[in-house]
Design a protein around this ligand. Sequence first.
Ligand SMILES: Cc1ncc(COP(=O)(O)O)c(C=O)c1O
Length: 388
Amino acid sequence: MAARLSRLFTEEPLNFCHMGPARHAANLAEALCKRLGEPLSICLFCSSGAEAVEGALKIARLATGRTAFLSCEGAYHGLSLGTLSVMGEEHMAKSVGPLLADCQRVPFGDIEAARQALATERFAAFLVEPIQCEGGIMLPPPGYLAEVQRLCRAHGTLMVLDEVQTGFGRTGRMFAFQDEGFVPDVVTLAKSLSGAIAPIGATITSAAINKRAYGSMHNFELPFSTFGGNAYSCAVGLETLQVLEEEGLAANSKVRGEQLLRGLRERLEGHPLIRAIRGPGLLVGIEFGPTDQGILNRLCPRLVEMVLRGAFGLWVSVQLLERGFLCATATHRWDILRLEPPLTVTEERVETAINMVAEVLWQYRSVTSILRDVTRRLGRQWMRHWRF
Ligand SMILES: Cc1ncc(COP(=O)(O)O)c(C=O)c1O
């Protein structure tokens, strides 16, 4: 990838500012729309995931003439004021309020709740992730997303599918919604769009919706920003797409993801603090929680809950980091450890990861063993600090 990019630098100048007709942006837009499929044919570039979702919110208001937004509990769409308004966890957004008025949430995956909310016909858009990543690798029931799109069409709401984290092979498919039998009205992309090398995001929709939103002299400029669609980021995006396809990385994600899921389930079977291990492709979540009625669970359920919900995931991720294994808890759920290895990961590396995670997690069979280890390690650090 680095060699390919240096060729780009020497062959032609790559400006960072969007200054009129842009060849790289046009090429990337064409390549993305081709892969997303009809009728998604308009691609508006920006520089981050939050901006891509902001773009979708604007399109939805302008195209429908409505102002309200529907999103899901547990959702994560970014940290700008608009995206915080549709965030699925209120505590994160509260301190910077007031946010956009008239935003409502429904439980993710609950089609009846979505049906009732959409039937009010007051929402400009329903924002939904194909899989909630920061919400804890939550998968909707089969057919949920297609039914949401059908309901949105029936009630004049735009379905905005946020693929910022799931896009570009992460789930074992190029895009998570593909093969699900529907096409969303608006798709948002970022993160892996440039292989995490350059800042870029995209809001993609149909020509008809784009015309309704931006097809007039007084608002055609609304989607633009200085760096949106800059030549450098778009050239990197095109190279990323080529590398993804030439190296079959979505297929690798599927196969290695199955290996990771199978291996973790086998090695951690019967673990008393693991409730579930789930995920498609290289997007795997390990959910912690007591699985038995141990004495501590019965005596102090709140303490057990606090340790597992509040600190255990972080404790485990720090220990894996110490061994060179990068991972994190989900933003909204610290009781869920998120494993998202690079799409280039090999069979051997996945095997190493399985062994490492299993080894760390089997050290803790009860909340008492976690508390004992935390006290021991913190005590050691304290002693070192005070040079005892
Ligand atoms: C689904 C989803 N949407 C939007 C965003 C926001 O992207 P960014 O951090 O680039 O603004 C994220 C970031 O994690 C995300 O996971």
